[in-house]
Design a protein around this ligand. Structure first.
Ligand code: SF4
Length: 313
C-alpha cells in the first residue's frame, strides 16, 4: 500500500517543480506507477538509480539536482532538508495474527515490527491485552515510532518482558532481537501466518562467530577503520577514536567511503563504523570485520562479558 497523495500535497506546498524519487531495490518495480502519478500532477521526476538500504541512505547527489527528494519506504532517521518520506505499508489481519500467536507466546511480550507492518501494532497490543497478555510497546530509537526496530537499533524492545513478539518477514530482525535480549523471539509473518522461534541456538552461533573473529584479528598486521559518507551512518568521531586506539599498536588507516569495497584496500582486518549490519551480516565478503565494541575487547579495554551489539542512536 503506497499512497503518494500526501507527498504530492507537500510537494505543492514546497513549490517543488523538479522531484527526485528514491525507492529501495525491492520496490523499484513501482517506479513507473509513481512517476506517472507525479508527472500527472505537474512535476518533472528524476529517479535515483542507487540502491537504498534505509533512510540513512539518502541519494544526496540527486538531491543537489532537484528541488525535493521523495524517499520511499523508510522512516526518517536523519534530519536533511528538502526530503519527503512516503510510507510503504502492507495491510494485514490483526485478528489472524492474534489468533495464531495467542497460545504460543508467554504471558508478557515486547511487541516489535518493521516499518511495513508497524502501523497495526497498537491494535495487536490491544487484542492481546484483552486476552490476558502483558504487552510492552515502546518507542523505537532513531525514529520515535512505537515498536519499530531497525537493523541498527533495537531500543524498541523492552527487556522487562519475558519474550519478544516480532511481526514481520525475514530472519534479520528477529535474530537481532534474540541477540539483543538473550530471550526467545516469536516471529510471525502476517502474510504467511507462520510462526518461527529464535533463541538460544541463534545467540550461541552469533557469539561463537564473533569470538572467533576477535581471535583472528589478534593475528592481523594492519587495520582499516571505515567511515561511511551516508548521512545516517556517518560516525566520524567514533571512527577517529577507534583509529587512535589502534594506531599505537597496529598499522592503521581511516577510510572514508560511499559503498564499501575493501577489496581494493590492503586491510587484513576491517573495523566497521558504518551500518552495523556490515559487520554482522556481510563480514564473509570482506574477511575479518569487527565492530567498535569488539576492538575494545581486542585491546583489552572491555571484557568479553560486557559485549554489546553495535547500534546507532
Ligand atoms: S544504518 Fe543500516 S540498519 Fe540502520 S537504518 Fe541505515 S541501513 Fe538500516
Amino acid at each position: 500500500m503506497l499512497d503518494v497523495s500526501s507527498a504530492i500535497e507537500e510537494l505543492r506546498n514546497l513549490n517543488a517543480k523538479k522531484v527526485g524519487l528514491q525507492l529501495p531495490d525491492g520496490l523499484k518495480r513501482l517506479t513507473h506507477e509513481i512517476v506517472k502519478k507525479l508527472e500527472k500532477n505537474g512535476f518533472f521526476v528524476i529517479v535515483s538509480g542507487k540502491p537504498s538500504y534505509g533512510s540513512c541512505d539518502l541519494d544526496l547527489n540527486l538531491l543537489e539536482e532537484v528541488d525535493v527528494l521523495v524517499h520511499v519506504a523508510h522512516p526518517p532517521v536523519v534530519d536533511v532538508d528538502r526530503v519527503i518520506y512516503v510510507d510503504y505499508r502492507i495491510d494485514y489481519s490483526v485478528s489472524e495474527v492474534v489468533k495464531n500467536v495467542l497460545d504460543k507466546i508467554p504471558d508478557s511480550v515486547s511487541l516489535v515490527s518493521t516499518s511495513t507492518y508497524v502501523h497495526k501494532l497498537k491494535d495487536i497490543a490491544y487484542e492481546l491485552e484483552k486476552n490476558g497478555k502483558d504487552v510492552y510497546l515502546r518507542k523505537g530509537g532513531r525514529t520515535g515510532i512505537e515498536g519499530l526496530v531497525l537493523g541498527c537499533n533495537f531500543r524498541a524492545i523492552d527487556r522487562k518482558a519475558e519474550a519478544v513478539l516480532f511481526v514481520g518477514d525475514g530472519t534479520f530482525h528477529p535474530r537481532g532481537a534474540a541477540i539483543y535480549t538473550d530471550k526467545e523471539v516469536y516471529a510471525i509473518s502476517p502474510l504467511e501466518n507462520r510462526i518461527r522461534k529464535f533463541g538460544y541456538d541463534d545467540v550461541n552461533r552469533f557469539f561463537k562467530t564473533r569470538f572467533s573473529l576477535i581471535g583472528k584479528a589478534m593475528e592481523c598486521e594492519n587495520f582499516c577503520v571505515v567511515v561511511s559518507s551516508k548521512p545516517g551512518q556517518k560516525r566520524l568521531e567514533l571512527a577517529r577514536s577507534i583509529y587512535n586506539k589502534l594506531k599505537s599498536m597496529y598499522s592503521t588507516s581511516l577510510i572514508y567511503f560511499d559503498d564499501v569495497n575493501p577489496e581494493n584496500f590492503p586491510c587484513s582486518c576491517i573495523v566497521n563504523t558504518a551500518c552495523p549490519r556490515i559487520a554482522y551480516d556481510d563480514w564473509k565478503r570482506f574477511g575479518i570485520v569487527l565492530t567498535p565494541q569488539e576492538v575494545e575487547i581486542l585491546l583489552k579495554q572491555r571484557k568479553w562479558e560486557d559485549y554489546e551489539l553495535d547500534e546507532i542512536n
